[in-house]
Design a protein around this ligand. Structure first.
Ligand code: ATP
Length: 236
């Protein structure tokens, strides 16, 4: 397994544990979906894996090495890419300039950086059409596509996505999940949290349901596909 989370306990300040012993794994070349009600602890789990919060207990391993004490920048250098909730484009720079900034890992290999940017334009017709447009003028959905492309420019091994389809039009939601499938085809492990349980289930190999800080259900996503409404009704 690429990522292994074991018995993870996390809380804020002096409050009670928000995550109360979470076990979760993500394999290479696969998509793992995580769904759950508002406040279940999904974002807390992703932030902890990505080094923005410290665990109170348990273990987080990437490639079998303990990463629980690393900083976000160190995790990025290890090949872990994280799309947070909200927007993080540079509004005054063009789409192309935003992508060029995203190739930091290849800063000493200009040809490779250029190739990565061109591939992003090949993969996304939305961005291709807006190449020279300032990112701040894109719609929220287009900005989200730009963020996702920028995230994958450095060939990450693990991609962690928090609500990538939030507030997007159906066409862009489709593009987001197509892009997730491409990340898997490129060999990355993907961990995705999204409000759309149906889309997450369809895109995932393995599905977890988080409830009140604990995994209450997990299994191959295909085993839930014909009862996803029931799952949402009972647990989300
Ligand atoms: P949502 O879908 O609404 O984003 P979530 O499943 O991602 O929900 P979290 O954002 O991880 O849930 O929140 C889990 C719990 O932790 C909630 O009870 C929330 O109020 C609490 N929490 C989140 N951030 C903080 C914080 N900075 N300080 C204190 N408590 C927090």
């Amino acid at each position: 397994m690429l990522l292994q989370v074991r018995e993870l306990k996390v809380g804020y300040a002096s409050g009670a544990d928000v995550l109360r012993g979470v076990d979760l794994s993500v394999g290479a070349s696969s998509v793992t979906g995580l769904i759950g009600a508002n406040g279940a602890g999904k974002s807390t789990l992703l932030k902890t894996i990505c080094g923005f919060l410290r665990r109170r207990g348990g273990a987080i391993a990437f490639d079998a090495a303990d990463i629980g004490k690393l900083q976000p920048s160190q995790l990025a250098a290890h090949g872990i890419a994280y799309l947070m909730e909200g927007h993080s484009v540079f509004p005054g720079l063009t789409v192309e300039e935003n992508l060029i900034l995203g190739t930091w890992a290849f800063r000493k290999e200009r040809a490779r950086a250029k190739q990565a940017v061109e591939r992003a334009f090949e993969l996304s017709s939305v961005l291709r059409a807006k190449r020279k447009v300032k990112a701040g003028l894109l719609s929220g959905g287009q900005q989200r596509i730009l963020e996702m492309e920028r995230l994958t420019l450095n060939d990450p091994r693990l991609v962690i996505l928090d609500e990538p389809s939030l507030g997007l039009s159906p066409k862009l939601v489709h593009e987001v999940f197509e892009r997730i499938a491409q990340m898997k085809a490129d060999g990355a492990g993907v961990l995705v949290v999204d409000q759309s349980a149906r889309h997450v289930c369809a895109a995932s190999d393995h599905l977890y349901v988080l409830r009140l800080g604990e995994i209450c259900i997990e299994g191959p996503a295909a085993s839930f596909s014909d009862r996803i409404d029931e799952l949402v009704r009972n647990f989300i």
